[in-house]
Write a protein that binds this ligand. Structure first.
Ligand SMILES: [Zn+2]
Length: 336
């Protein structure tokens, strides 16, 4: 069976197909996490290596090249990721990774990993076709790795195609970015995502999709248990009487980073409603948020949002989680 794309990627696939006779030697797929950029890059890689392409230029899924690709050992394909990235493409797409139990796995792509491509790039193809290098996420290359890659991008070997996937292309070296043909991927239309989620038998609702910022893969991957905890926190936040210390108590055992992310979305919606707009992330709390926003001054909300955004950087490892949550919610309560 041929390898397919997500339904919202048909248009960009047709654009890629149109480019196949004069394929750029480096392409940069960029857009927010959870919309299938990595899957699209993998589909293209497999299609370039497939020896019996099916309809619409998609890989056949059956030829020897496709079998090797599926097993992760096609001799003309290299996947470059940080040690911390999980082998699962879905997790990688979401920018998550499984960490090694003993030693903390590096989140960077290092120079040795790019240098290790040397022979692959300099020797010819094993199957008389393309050689494909996929780098994901490209912004995790450290400066040494990015500079090493730049050399290969500046002097491309014939038949080599680099596919870079990036959630944050502005973090890439400008010189690397400028050597790549950019392919921006936008959020899929909500209707298409909801239909796809239903076809996957996902329990994600329109509210889940909205909370995931309309990114369908992220919506499909949100753990139900986590959603339940989040709703309990938002129910507490919806009650004007709940105290800052009570909220901090509730969060004690939660991941500070996750709580900051939730609060960013909660505050984003308060700002939207205080500005006479609609809730973007918490559509199931829109009415309650609207009531709360009536008593909140917009400048204070904006200041709180900015403070949350800067807290995000240290939220993974606060020195003292209890104090962290106390501060977070005392400042929140001061908005009103
Ligand atoms: Zn094939």
């Amino acid at each position: 069976m041929s390898i397919s794309n997500y339904p919202w990627q048909e248009e960009i696939w047709d654009r890629l197909r149109a480019m196949q006779d004069r394929l750029p030697h480096a392409m940069l797929f960029h857009g927010r996490p959870g919309i299938g950029k990595l899957h699209l890059a993998q589909t293209l890689a497999q299609s370039l290596l497939c020896e019996k392409r099916a309809d619409r230029g998609l890989a056949c899924g059956e030829c020897p090249a496709c079998v090797w690709f599926a097993a992760g050992n096609h001799p003309d394909f290299r996947m470059v990721q940080s040690e911390a990235m999980a082998p699962s493409p879905d997790e990688a797409e979401l920018g998550e990774g499984v960490e090694d139990g003993k030693k903390k796995a590096s989140k960077q792509i290092k120079i040795d990993q790019i240098r290790a491509l040397g022979d692959f790039l300099n020797l010819g193809s094993h199957r008389n076709g393309y050689r494909v290098v996929l780098i994901c996420p490209a912004e995790s290359m450290n400066p040494g790795a990015a500079n090493a890659l730049l050399k290969s991008l500046e002097e491309p070997s014939a038949g080599v195609v680099f596919l870079l996937v990036s959630h944050q292309p502005t973090k890439l070296l400008a010189t690397v970015r400028s050597r790549c043909h950019a392919l921006p991927l936008s959020l899929p239309p909500r209707e298409l995502s909801l239909r796809w989620l239903k076809d996957q038998d996902s329990r994600a609702t329109p509210a889940t999709l909205a909370f995931a910022g309309d990114a369908p893969l992220e919506a499909a991957a949100l753990p139900e248990e986590e959603a339940e905890t989040r709703r309990r926190l938002f129910d507490l936040l919806s009650q004007p009487a709940s105290s800052a210390l009570g909220l901090a108590d509730f969060c004690q055992r939660l991941q500070p980073g996750a709580v900051v992310d939730w609060m960013l979305k909660w505050t984003y919606d308060l700002i939207a409603l205080a500005s006479n707009s609609r809730a973007r992330y918490n559509i199931d709390y829109e009415r309650k948020l609207g009531v709360l926003a009536q008593n909140m001054a917009l400048p204070r909300l904006l200041r709180y949002y900015a403070a949350l955004a800067s807290l995000r950087a240290i939220a993974e490892h606060p020195l003292n989680a209890r104090l962290f949550f106390d501060d977070l919610f005392i400042s929140y309560k001061e908005i009103g």
